[in-house]
Design a protein around this ligand. Structure first.
Ligand code: PLP
Length: 405
């Protein structure tokens, strides 16, 4: 088995990686029991390994109670679970200092970003301040900030929203234009770690360089947590928001990680009632599973598959790839495409292409992908991968796509 994008001397390393991947793939019951189907929609939500299913069963049969209320054993176990999972999230995100940060559980990335915009941002901003919003990213990382602007305006506080500049050819942010855009009134910058349509790693270090040391960076890590190592310390961000369900935990899970350094402490407003305790149990198990598997290896695997798919598609004239066209191999010096490839057929409608692909057993996403107004407005087909996807699936997909010329 060969992997385009990996140099010849590294082939045996790839063979090792492939063996490791086969063992992990077998741990996903829904994948293992449906060999004729290929799940290529992990950017929407990820499949769950047996360890997560077991943790859910164990929690519900040994400790199910409400958190932070009762004084009996099951209630205490549940309270401990919730608090320990906060620390688990911190460790997973490379945050060494529990004293300086807060972790809040949400139903997903949308609720996380919305909570920051509603409960934290308004008190941080003053009349005349500026925020930068990535208007070509996921709507979940755009709409809450615009809503916050309107809510502030109703109180007589007028802030300016500036659109994050993009490089059209690559789908990456335009760091040079951003450096010119950011000024002394730029207080808050919303960014995405891995783009949900173009699949590029958005170079967060270069964003920090462009906006300077004082602006608060809020990272939408929905497509990176669980796919590659994410360290809030290394990235020097102030918020990181992710969807637990895209990182192999149950649906209805997610978290906000918040650091207290560049602004007031983060406390979600109001009483949010009973937490999703079974979801939190699944989140701890999912993060344990991902750490044991190794997010660096998961990253190498999905980047290699992505390069294989991108390179294969580039040779099929009937298709147009969105975003960067270069081969984004594992050791490429250019921006990496992390597990997501979006494309359209020049003659077949993308909705129809989604149905055709499903008739061949491929589950893909085909629409506008909830992208903001500065993004692609025409529908396309998105293939998004995780560690359970195989080289055979990519090759089969490429041969079906080739037959549709
Ligand atoms: N941000 C990005 C980059 C996403 O891809 C998504 C979902 O696809 C979201 C936010 C919203 O996540 P959720 O559906 O968990 O709220």
């Amino acid at each position: 088995m060969t992997a385009p994008g990996i140099r010849t001397e590294r082939l045996s390393a790839f063979e090792e990686l492939a063996e490791w991947q086969r063992a992990l793939r077998a741990q996903f019951p829904i994948i293992a029991t449906h060999p004729d189907l290929a799940y290529l929609d992990s950017a929407a939500t990820a499949q769950k390994p047996q360890a997560v299913l077991d943790a859910v069963q164990t929690y519900l049969t040994t400790a199910n109670a409400n958190a932070g209320r009762g004084t009996y054993t099951w209630a205490n176990l549940t309270t401990d679970l919730v608090e320990e999972t906060r620390d688990r999230v911190r460790r997973f995100l490379g945050d060494p200092d529990a004293e300086q940060s807060a972790v809040h559980f949400t139903s997903g990335a949308t609720e996380g970003l919305r909570t920051i915009a509603r409960d934290w941002l308004p008190a941080f901003l003053a009349d005349g301040d500026e925020i930068i919003v990535p208007a070509g990213d996921h709507q979940a990382n755009i709409v809450p900030w615009l809503d916050a602007q309107q809510a502030l305006a109703r109180q007589g506080v007028h802030i300016r929203v500036r659109q994050m500049p993009y490089q059209q050819a690559s789908g990456d942010y335009d760091h040079t234009a951003l450096a010119d855009l950011a000024g002394p009134r730029t207080r808050f910058v919303a960014v995405t770690h891995v783009h949900h349509v173009y699949g590029g790693n958005m170079n967060i270090h270069r964003i920090r360089e462009a906006v300077g040391p004082d602006a608060v960076l809020c990272l939408d890590a929905a497509q990176s947590v669980g796919h590659l190592p994410v360290s809030v310390t290394d990235l020097d961000v102030d918020f990181a928001v992710f969807s637990g369900h895209k990182a192999m935990a149950l649906p209805g899970t997610g978290a906000i990680w918040a650091r207290q350094a560049r602004g007031p402490g983060f406390t979600p407003g109001g009483w949010s009632g009973t937490p999703n305790t079974v979801g939190i149990a699944s989140l701890t198990a999912a993060l344990d599973w991902l750490d044991t598997a190794g997010t660096d290896r998961i990253d190498r695997w999905t980047v290699a598959l992505t390069a294989r798919l991108t390179d294969g598609l580039r040779h099929l004239d009937a298709y147009e790839i969105l975003g960067c066209q270069t081969s984004l191999a594992v050791d490429s010096p250019v921006q990496q495409r992390c597990g997501i490839v979006t494309f359209r057929h020049r003659a077949i409608d993308s909705g129809d292409l989604g149905f055709i692909l499903f008739s061949h057993g491929f589950m893909v996403r085909s629409d506008n992908h909830c992208q903001g107004s500065a993004g692609e407005q025409t529908s396309s087909v998105r293939v998004s991968l995780h560690v359970y996807n195989s080289v055979e699936e990519i090759d089969r997909l490429l041969s079906v796509l080739a037959s549709l010329v």
